[in-house]
Design a binder for this molecule. Structure first.
Ligand SMILES: [Zn+2]
Ligand SMILES: [Zn+2]
Length: 493
């Protein structure tokens, strides 16, 4: 690992994090915090995040993980798409392998997050395992891009998607039982929906011959027997080494502690448990990493997905009395704030004179009551955990100086001392059993895809050429000049 002086300075003990996360708020912004338009951000608390600005920088691609180290990258942290915070996604990498980290996982894939993954230099081959907490659009939208363009890049093997089973709910008016709202149907429909895309790109290799067989993957990852790609409604079944194959691993949402993934080779075990969100069929995940060669030492992370406060969350975080390392939990702004912001007001008091106020507040309150954890409830949850998590991270939260100040007060009323922070996109945690280092990724807003891994044994493309699927009768051929030469270059310039 390349250790810079900066890294040495900021590899601080976890004990110092409280001060860093809550005491380190600095007004204004730094030179590297320019907006896209190039103008410095004004010191407006509704438009700044001094917590993020105060974090030391992490330069993606310059540090290999150590064999005992986990990296958690927050690449989508909001329930609504915004440039600074796209919808929910967390990327977790562990250990040191022969091709980068030993193992890696995506938790939720909200809209807009693939741009963040690109900026972090995360290639498609590392984005093949997606754990979805529930099937809301702000947690699933960018599955489309990961699926469609993975085989154009270097994921020339199936896409594995974990998620909850059908709600089992009945429509009270028709009596219709919703057995079609679980992950299996979602994935099958998704595969069919993307048929035009998958066929259109099949002039390139979309699988490679030495891809581990699906059966080996099932064994190695502790997946249920019979795990297989969904079968498209039309056309031949996808092969088990095919990049356009979608392999759902549907998890019974009501099971507490069900095993979603268990890989002894990397030490990662992921379990799931029910949470309470909007409609039956939402789950949270717990990732336990037993560090290979680490004498049984573990690093444990919970990702709540979306949920109201629930007892099982506390039980999972207590973890049989041993506690967890990083607790990532959703939290929402107060309903009044949500309503005011959606009406275009920076503060609640001026919004109250708007005739639309009551309807906006009622709707925001209904959303919170059906689905989410308030600031105070998040603090209360933390206060009930024994022992406390080493670091609590609130996410799914529009994090600016004004909302962070309010949330800090609410959370600290119940949870006065434990280490706490508020996620925004590009916040990066390096976690070992001794330290948690909190930084902000320095990224290139103009990044292309990361470098692809080239496989020497790609299978033959389905179609012979890029033009095999076209009707070219109306194509304009390159015109010739009087000497018979092309009038413009045919190499694209
Ligand atoms: Zn959400
Ligand atoms: Zn949701």
């Amino acid at each position: 690992m390349k250790v810079t002086r900066r890294d040495m300075l900021f590899r601080i003990p976890a004990l110092a994090l409280g001060g860093l996360t809550l005491g380190g708020m600095i007004a204004g912004c730094r030179d590297d915090e320019k907006t896209t338009a190039g103008a410095p951000q004004a010191a407006d608390p509704t438009k700044t995040n001094s917590l993020m600005s105060s974090l030391p920088l992490y330069y993606p691609g310059t540090e290999a993980l150590q064999s005992n180290e986990m990296r958690i990258s927050f690449l989508g942290t909001s329930p609504i798409p915004r440039l600074a915070q796209e919808c929910e996604s967390v990327f977790i990498e562990v250990g040191k392998g022969t091709d980068g980290p030993l193992d890696q996982f995506i938790f939720d894939v909200g809209s807009g997050v693939v741009a963040k993954y690109n900026a972090m230099g995360i290639p498609f081959r590392k984005m093949n395992k997606v754990f979805i907490t529930h099937l809301h659009g702000d947690h699933t939208s960018d599955l489309t891009h990961i699926y469609c363009f993975g085989p154009s890049g270097d994921r020339k093997s199936p896409l594995f998607v974990w998620g909850p089973s059908a709600s089992g709910l009945t429509d009270p008016s028709s009596g219709y039982v919703y057995n079609d709202d679980g992950l299996n149907v979602f994935c099958k429909t998704f595969r069919d929906m993307m048929r035009w895309h998958s066929e259109s790109f099949s002039f390139g290799a979309t699988s490679y011959a030495s891809c581990p067989t699906l059966a080996k993957t099932i064994t190695d990852w502790g997946l249920p027997a019979g795990t297989a790609p969904v079968t498209p409604t039309i056309g031949p079944p996808d092969g088990t080494t095919e990049g356009y194959a979608v392999v759902p691993i549907e998890l019974n949402w009501s099971t507490i502690g069900g095993v979603a993934y268990n890989n002894p080779a990397t030490g990662v075990k992921i379990t799931h448990f029910p949470v309470i969100h909007c409609r039956k069929g939402s789950i949270g995940y717990k990732l336990e990493w037993t560090i290979p060669g680490g004498g049984g030492k573990r690093i444990t992370v919970i990702f709540s997905g979306d949920t109201k406060p629930c007892y099982e969350m506390i039980n999972q975080a207590n973890n049989g009395g041993s506690g967890i390392d990083v607790f990532i939990h959703e939290m929402v702004v107060p309903a009044e704030v949500w309503a005011a912001k959606n009406l275009g007001y920076a503060d609640v008091n001026s919004a109250k004179s708007d005739p639309r106020w009551t309807a906006a507040l009622n709707y925001a309150t209904a959303v919170q009551n059906s689905s989410h954890t308030s600031q105070g409830a998040f603090g209360y949850l933390l206060s009930q955990m024994t022992p406390s998590p080493r670091l609590a991270v609130a996410t799914h939260f529009q994090a600016t100086d004004d909302t962070i100040a309010s949330a800090t007060t609410s959370v600290r009323n119940h949870y006065p001392v434990g280490d706490l922070t508020f996620a925004a996109d590009f916040m990066v945690l390096n976690v070992t059993t001794n330290n948690i280092v909190l930084r902000r990724a320095a990224v290139n807003e103009w990044a292309w895809y990361p470098q692809n891994k080239v496989y020497p044994d790609n299978n033959a493309p389905k179609y012979a050429s890029p033009t095999a699927q076209l009707d070219l009768t109306d194509e304009i051929p390159t015109p010739k000049d009087v000497f018979g030469n092309d009038t413009y270059r045919t190499d694209g310039y």
